[in-house]
Design a protein around this ligand. Sequence first.
Ligand code: G16
Length: 541
Amino acid sequence: MTRHATQPIDGQKPGTSGLRKKTRVFMQPNYLENFVQSTVDAIGGLRGKTLVLGGDGRYFGREAASTILKMAAANGAARVIVGQGALLSTPAASNLIRQRQADGGIILSASHNPGGPDEDFGVKYNSANGGPAPESITSAIHKRTQEISEYHLLDAADPDLDSLGETPLGEMTVEVVDPVSAYADLMEMIFDFNALRDVFKSGFRMRMDSMCAITGPYAVEIFENRLGAPAGTVTHGTPLPDFGGMHPDPNPTWAHELMDEMMGEDAPDFGAASDGDGDRNMILGAGTYVSPSDSFAVLAANAHLVPGYKDGLKGVARSMPTSAAADRVAEALGLDCYETPTGWKFFGNLMDAGRVSLCGEESFGTGSDHVREKDGLWAVLMWLNILAARKMSVAEIMADHFARYGRNYYSRHDYEALPTEQAEAMLGDLRSRLGELKGTQVEGLTVESSDEFSYTDPVDGSVAEGQGFRILFEGGSRVVLRLSGTGTEGATLRVYLERYAPGPDGLDHDPQEALSPIIRATEALVGIRERTGREKPDVIT
Ligand code: G16
């Protein structure tokens, strides 16, 4: 018997990147099954199809993988390619879907959110192009969760997820593959590994913090085994179900061990960290923090130095809240530059249509059209390759970049776990006043325009509305406000602050100081402190 009766469960609405909930929510009877069957139904079934399956190793991942395999078999799938131990980084899963020409994939991860029985879990469907499902599919999945009445699951023992090779599960084939090798081979095709080996031979020191999450085995293979970096270059390199208690979010707050080392005496030349599922990255030099928006701009400006991009870029794209630093590079290079809503899924069409090669987001995500996800280790290798080619330190590269293009001072302030109604009321109130803000003078700034961002996809014409509030001030400063779509507790308000300094003077201020008039103006216009009672943001990046 493979048919099981069920009933719709409330709240199974995918967010910015798949469905993310507390792990115990996912562990409730039928919860995972309902969502997976709804996904299967929304994409027109699995009969005869090939899927890729894997995740970031977090608590409940193995059990979920076994259930999904039995459901895939009962739904008539031909083959599921699964990472050994149910492990696959998100970019490696994207690569496998493309390389093996699979019909899609399921990734088990809540990304940068902590893991464990009392923390977070997530499930995400990626399409045949290797990218996160577009809104048309995620909406169809949500609709299906509201009407589902049965799911299919094979009555069988849990499949062996550890032995490489093929085994039958009913009429389906389960193919267990090494999660690392195909991805590491792809990196070897894009980057100049000979030059990078020479860099490490010359005594260059690097620290890669994998935060007890999925990139550990990938980073050890690439940096230590293939490029000859000394053993121990990769720290926190073993993926653990609870990430060793770490919050695997590569930003200055959560990757504080790495920050302390890189800002301390005798810091290595280069430091980097990645997140739970390996698609985010943070870049550091000795004594230097590179903001994600600046990192993306530097990659765009220097990509031609990397073999995989030696013929130049097709174009670039960034999410709306990401700073305009990359726009200045695009302008100088004569490249098209697209502005999309938050969420990597919005880049897929642009990459598939050959309009852009590089994409970046302020949320520590950068990537290219080598896969259809953002890619943490790819970004680290881009930086390494650029450092090798330019023979400059990270600090020198940043100073040179700002001198050439000016500096977009940038910071994001997060207010986490606010009562949802309170956060929505605050933004609802802002929405009702948006039309009246023009000309308002506050903290020495004048509001030039304000709106709620909506995006029309230039490839398929689909429209995404309500994608964040923008208040632009005369002179090019701005603040953007939106609610996160990846949290699992209440509402998280994100406040994105930006000010442009053209140079040549004033390029080396502390960003919080440089942005202080905009921070004060935001408080005057929106009243975050007053309405939430919070004295300061929980996380500043
Ligand atoms: C996901 C998406 C990203 C997005 C980020 C932040 O990242 O893939 O494209 O920028 O969420 O989303 P929010 O501001 O809504 O929390 P990840 O790394 O969590 O998969």
